[in-house]
Design a protein around this ligand. Structure first.
Ligand SMILES: N=c1c2ncn([C@@H]3O[C@H](COP(=O)(O)OP(=O)(O)OP(=O)(O)O)[C@@H](O)[C@H]3O)c2ncn1[C@@H]1O[C@H](COP(=O)(O)O)[C@@H](O)[C@H]1O
Length: 106
């Protein structure tokens, strides 16, 4: 599972460097952070719709879209997937309520 994400992260980094014609990923880097953020939001909404429809195939497909666009945004922010994993690992064994207590009220 992690190998797939690592390969996708490497592909995204390569598209960012090489900017090949016809690359959807390179197009996202060319358009910049606002477009990346908007795409991430759109994919999240599409996943919400699929989940409310209880559509297994659509939930799976929209989750893949969401993760791809998340990795693009992380790459643009200079954040590696391993840093996100480290944050998740840091939270292991702690209560979600304790995590929430340390954050501003939402
Ligand atoms: N995993 C993905 C991936 N997931 C989703 N997408 C694209 O993300 C978009 C999802 O947005 P939408 O559902 O809104 O579809 P859309 O209307 O076509 O999108 P927009 O034109 O509005 O941006 C689609 O165009 C998908 O093709 C992806 N594009 C690329 N990859 C990976 O990136 C690699 C490199 O791709 P290129 O950069 O195109 O060479 C590919 O081999 C894949 O491994």
């Amino acid at each position: 599972m992690t190998d797939t994400l690592a390969r996708l992260e490497a592909t995204i980094a390569a598209r960012r460097e090489a900017e090949p014609d016809g690359s959807y990923t390179a197009g996202l880097f060319a358009k910049g952070r606002p477009t990346m953020a908007r795409k991430l939001g759109e994919e999240a909404v599409e996943l919400i719709v699929a989940s409310l429809a209880q559509d297994h195939a659509a939930i799976t497909a929209e989750s893949a879209d969401l993760i791809f666009h998340l990795l693009v945004l992380l790459a643009d922010a200079g954040i590696e997937w391993r840093e996100v994993l480290a944050e998740l690992e840091r939270r292991e064994g702690t209560s979600g309520l304790v995590e929430k207590a340390g954050r501003p009220v939402d």
